[in-house]
Structure formats: C-alpha cells, structure tokens
Design a protein around this ligand. Sequence first.
Ligand code: UTP
Length: 284
Amino acid sequence: MKAVIPAAGLGTRFLPATKAMPKEMLPLVDKPSIQFVVEECVKSGIDDILIITGRGKRAIEDHFDHSFELESLLHHKGDNELLREVRSISEMADIHFIRQKEALGLGHAVLRAEKHVGDEPFVVLLGDDIVFSKKPCTKHCVELYEKYSGPIIAVEKVPRNMIQHYGVIKGKPLGGNVYSIDDMIEKPKSEDAPSDLGIIGRYVLTPEIFDSLKKTPRGAGGEIQLTDALKSLNKKQKMYAWIIEGVRYDLGNKFDYIRASLDYALMRPDIGKQVREYIRGLKA
Ligand code: UTP
C-alpha cells in the first residue's frame, strides 16, 4: 500500500510560529512531528509515501533529503551516531512530494494524490496528528481493512465540549472497538453530534474516494471536506470506524502540542529523568 500525508494546511492555530515554518516541522524535543508520522508508515510496512505540501513548506522536503554539507561535517567530526541518524531520515522510505496550490481543505489535498495512488487502496495520515501506541496505529488500520474489505476510519472518544472540532460518526458496534458506519457529519454542534466518536488523522481508503471528492462542494469553513466525500460514498460503500489504541495528539492544537512534548520528553532515555524531576519540583 502507498501512504498519503497531507501537510499543506496553513496552521493558523499556531501563528506566529507557522508564519514562515510548516507546523509539521515543529519538533517534539528534537524530532519534527512529520518524522513521527513517516516513521509510523515505515513501521507499518509502507515505504512509498506521498507528502502533499504547499507554499512555504520547503523545509519538509529538505528534511527528508540528503544534506551533503551536514553529513560531511559530521563525518569529519567523527560523530558517527548523529551521522547515522541524519542519514537514516533520508533513507527510511521512498518519499514523493506534490503541491496543493491553494489550501482548499483536506479533501482537496487528498484529491491531489489521485495519479500517484492509482487504482489501489491507500492510507492517509495527517501530518500533524501523532499517535503513541505499542503497535503502530496505521498497521492496525491496514489489518482491519484486510479483515473487513472496506475503508477504515480511525476515531477516538471525544469530550462533548470538543466535538464541534471533529468529524463525527454514527455507527453500530461490531465488537473489538470496530463500528459499521451509518453516517458522519463534519464539525457538528454538540447537540447535533450523533455520537462521541470523533475522526482522527488515520484512514485506509479506496480509490472510489477520488470520484466522490470531485463531486463534493465546499463545506464547513468553505473547504472541501474529506468527511463530506466519505459521507456521500458511504451511501454506496460499507465503511468502518475503529477506536484507536494508544494516545493521540493533534499537534496543531497548542495544549496537545505541550502534552505531546512532555510525554515524549519523559519517554526519552537521555532527558526523561531530568524532565520528570523538573515537573515534580514545580509548585502546584
Ligand atoms: P487542519 O484542520 O489542522 O487545518 O488540517 P490547518 O490549516 O492545517 O491548521 P489550522 O486549523 O489553520 O491551524 C488537517 C490536516 O489537513 C491538512 C493539514 O496540513 C493537516 O494535516 N490540510 C488542510 C491540507 O493538506 N490542505 C488543506 O487545504 C487543509
């Protein structure tokens, strides 16, 4: 399977940091968030990755390219560990880029992948959504796709006061945290939400989504919404939702970004202990 990572959004919730820097390059400690997403693909056995970028996103392309000057400097300094790490970033997968010329929404971004994907199922991972879990979230989604032979949409339980920020599904439980989807709605008012299951940034889709996207008018926020295209396709094609395992962070959201930075720092063998002691010492 191929993977598509939309990363062309403007990141307005993170201004001014994102004025000249892609939000997908904001690091957790020292690793850009999009690198976590690419690593999740690789750990899920996917090494053909298309990243949808846009204006001002060149840093993403540079990050996954060879850096001759840097590598030669590290070589001469004899810093082999860092050299290995820097090299591995450009060698971990076959990464392609395409530009979304205007930020017309996630659905519009996914449609840019049509030629690259061809006539095969594919996974979509949002470039600013990360999931820390034992088994990679995408691997789990692909296995469910193989079991149910239909698109898989990852969801999580969302508190009622946050539901208006999500696409929300209505479905019947099939066991194992899997639901058969009856309907979905993008960014509902909390009183209109059909459930507390909010769509997060992991999908396994089939090529039928492209025709549906082409027919989808602009929806919430004047953007072409992936949820709207999925909703209309769901009338013809059976789709499934799965409540993910692990912890998910929307790194475009400031509080989630801080939470993810702390959680990741605490996991790190080099600084975890120091960070834990620092947090313990903070006054309540
Ligand atoms: P968001 O809803 O987080 O939007 O997009 P955004 O524009 O990136 O950020 P804010 O809300 O202005 O702060 C969800 C995902 O869809 C991608 C984003 O890069 C992100 O991964 N996206 C969104 C695109 O690729 N193109 C778009 O036109 C919109």
